[in-house]
Ligand binder design. Structure first.
Ligand code: ADP
Length: 285
């Protein structure tokens, strides 16, 4: 693991907001931290970034780089009256990194920001500000990048563009990237590994696809005449138009699809529906 936080706890005013939580992320890996508002995501990220001292546990970042970890917490903090290049230059000077024009332009380019925007960043869209925040976090080539709710407030196109950027950064620069969200769809598309946090405790974790499959109990299958299927009589099913919402586990879906095909029912779509209650179910400590 490039970064690992082990057995981290934190209390504020005798209230435990993190309870013996562990998290890890490897080079080139994208790790998602899923949790409702107030679950403890930001506190965990602040501990990983060294901004908050934990009551128990340790954080280890294995990297030879001067700056081991970079990140954005609660939105990028930018000088709104300066342009993108000037923002980078100031943050670069603060961090003591190469602030040559070429280095900074490369940095802007790496996050897909245009180099010819000379107006203040207050004119930028939220998506562009997030990109600039990431460029600042990437100054001095950290091994790990931590992004707290990076999709918050972005429109669907902005979410898709930022997702692509995160995937590229992990693949091309072999960064370990940990990002948080309270929306599973924002994480499930790009994360290799998912951590699920509830009321300060890690209640679920594992390979993203495995976690989703294991916690999917309903599939929506659409096809003409699906309501006439005999195979579906074996399952608890609700019909709506030409779609059936079927209570079924992932391992039985291939067989059902085969049976439907045998009955001459040709499927137009088959969509898994994640059972969020199950995903967030608290297991005994
Ligand atoms: P999330 O990022 O998942 O929304 P946070 O880590 O921001 O959750 O907060 C977890 C809990 O800790 C919340 O109940 C929040 O009010 C509390 N908390 C966070 N920081 C502080 C602090 N500095 N002082 C007191 N309580 C805090």
């Amino acid at each position: 693991m490039i970064i690992s936080g082990n057995d981290l706890s934190k209390s504020y005013n005798q209230r435990k907001v993190l309870d013996h939580v562990s998290i890890g992320c490897d080079a080139g890996e994208i790790c998602g931290l899923l949790g409702a508002n107030g679950a403890g995501k930001t506190t965990l990220f602040k501990i990983l970034l060294g901004l908050v001292t934990p009551d128990t546990g340790t954080v280890t970042v294995r990297s030879a780089s001067n700056k081991k970890i970079g990140g954005i917490i609660e939105g990028p903090a930018l000088y709104e009256y300066l342009n993108a290049y000037e923002n980078l230059k100031i943050f670069g000077s603060i961090q003591g990194v190469d602030v040559s024009k070429k280095a900074l332009q490369q940095c802007l380019e790496s996050v897909g920001l245009p180099q010819d925007r000379l107006d203040p960043v207050r004119n930028f869209s939220l998506g562009m500000k997030q990109r600039l925040g990431i460029a600042i976090a990437l100054l001095n080539n950290p091994a790990c990048l931590v992004l707290d709710e990076p999709f918050s407030g972005l429109d669907p196109l902005g979410v898709a563009a930022l997702r692509n950027l995160v995937v590229d950064l992990a693949a091309q620069h072999q960064l370990a990237i940990i990002l948080s969200s309270h929306i599973i769809e924002e994480l499930s598309k790009i994360c290799h590994t998912l951590y699920v946090i509830k009321e300060g405790r890690m209640v679920n974790q594992g390979p993203a696809q495995e976690l989703i499959t294991n916690n999917t109990t309903t599939y929506t299958i659409c096809a003409d005449n699906i309501e006439n299927s005999l195979a579906l009589k074996a399952y608890e099913t609700r019909f709506k138009g030409s779609c059936a919402h079927i209570h079924i586990t992932a391992d039985r879906v291939p067989e059902l699809i085969f049976q439907l095909h045998e009955e001459g029912i040709y499927i137009s779509s088959c969509v898994p529906e994640l059972n969020m209650e199950k995903l967030f179910e608290t297991t005994a400590p």
